[in-house]
Design a protein around this ligand. Structure first.
Ligand code: ADP
Length: 402
């Protein structure tokens, strides 16, 4: 079965084509487009290229297309990308304006061009559907809650991959299997001692998730992808009263405040240098005080959230790092884990320095009770597998009737 994973970023369109024969994913090809304003021409070009390059006999050979949809109103999980998904994306386009309209356009375009392909949406929020109500609600009036304002969480595909892979690396096949079946069967029972993971996805956008026995108990991101840790140019957590105060004092409209919080905040806002963690670190090393502050705020925020989940889970067996910063920045990993020997967290500096992007590795000392790991991000693989499982386990109405 050929499954295409479509990743429609705010300014990019990336794709990966997988062959899922026997359920094992092998990537056939990948590609993408930058500075995208309209997705449909890119999709046309991509389909033509896949045929020209011999990966598909025709667009009809595509059996499924998976979409990493971000946030849907009243909808989550791994579901057929049908009218319900389009309505859910539309319902929350104010909250994810860079992503939801893009996915709606992409889903419609694929429906027209590849009508035989099953379209499946894997919401980034899906991994958090079992988070307890006490951990997913804000203390706001009921009318606000009725709008759907609550904690959702994002980076679900990435944290899910970490949950599965860290269990595999520790030989916990029971937990890994639970993660693999999560969206089809629900959490179910798990044997053996607890496996508690503090999963740090640190990239252009970042989040920390607490995962117990393969199931998320909470995450640093809340209602929108603008929350939690400071992001590249997005604000992260902020006291709600700061917004009306800044609007009044600086004479900003609400739209302008929103623009600044979503484009001029985060590492860029703090450092005044760049939205790229590499530039911020280089400027900090040269003595730029604002850049040093930005770096420090990021590290403090990671520790804040990891500490919260450590306490809430009653401990941790694993701390994992993934994505651009997490996979590459050994100094930041060391700073996150510093001074935690009393919690059983002990980094091995040589192992830590040796792991760079693309490499998977254990970076804790042999006598560290908590295993510290670097796990390269692999969201597309999760999506391809989930799409395959969804399609093979949940026949569509049309295929049921044949
Ligand atoms: P995204 O989150 O945008 O999908 P990535 O996971 O690749 O993308 O993360 C991108 C971020 O990773 C960049 O903002 C960059 O700051 C950071 N990064 C990449 N390489 C390094 C490095 N060697 N050291 C520190 N940060 C890095």
């Amino acid at each position: 079965m050929k499954v295409l994973v479509a990743n429609l970023g705010s300014t990019s369109f990336k794709y990966r084509l997988f062959d899922m024969s026997e359920g094992a994913a092998s990537m056939l090809t990948s590609g993408g487009f930058e500075r995208v304003t309209e997705y449909t021409p890119c999709i046309d070009e991509m389909l033509a290229k896949l045929v020209d390059d011999g990966h598909l006999a025709s667009a009809d050979e595509l059996e499924a297309v998976g979409f990493k949809t971000v946030l849907g109103k009243d909808l989550s999980g791994c579901v057929d990308a049908d009218e319900h998904v389009l309505a859910a994306l539309d319902g929350f386009q104010e909250v994810a304006p860079a992503h939801n309209p893009a996915y709606a356009e992409g889903i419609r375009s694929f429906a027209e061009r590849c009508p035989r392909a099953r379209r499946v949406a894997l919401f980034e929020t899906a991994f958090y559907q079992w988070v307890a109500p006490a951990a997913s609600h804000y203390a706001i009036p009921k009318a606000w809650r009725d709008l759907g304002i609550r904690r959702y969480g994002f980076h679900g595909a990435s944290h899910k991959f970490v949950a599965e892979r860290s269990a595999e690396l520790l030989g916990r096949d029971d937990v890994a299997e639970r993660v693999r079946q999560l969206y089809l069967r629900g959490p179910g029972e798990c044997d053996g001692p607890p496996l508690r993971v503090l999963s740090c996805h640190l990239g252009g956008s970042s989040s920390v998730t607490g995962i117990r026995d393969g199931v998320a108990i909470g995450t640093s991101m809340g209602f929108s992808p603008q929350s939690g840790l400071p992001q590249n140019n997005r604000v992260g957590d902020l006291d709600a009263m700061a917004i009306p105060y800044a609007c009044k004092m600086l004479g900003l409209t609400l739209d302008e405040a929103e623009r600044q919080l979503t484009r001029k905040g985060g590492l860029l806002g703090l450092s005044g240098v760049s939205n790229d963690a590499r530039d911020v670190r280089a400027a900090a090393a040269e003595g730029n005080a604002d850049a040093r502050l930005a770096h420090g705020v990021l590290i403090d925020s990671i520790r804040h959230w990891a500490g919260s989940f450590h306490f809430r889970m009653g401990g941790a067996e694993v701390i994992s790092f993934t994505a651009g910063i997490g996979e590459n920045d050994a100094e930041l990993r060391a700073a996150v884990c510093a001074g935690l020997e009393d919690l059983g967290v002990k980094l091995d500096p040589t192992r830590n320095a040796a792991v760079t992007r693309g490499a998977e590795g254990l970076i804790s000392a042999d006598d560290s009770a908590v295993k510290i790991m670097v796990i390269p991000a692999n969201e597309e693989l999760v999506i391809a597998r989930e799409v395959f499982r969804h399609v093979t386990h949940q026949p569509s109405l049309s295929s049921q009737s044949t």
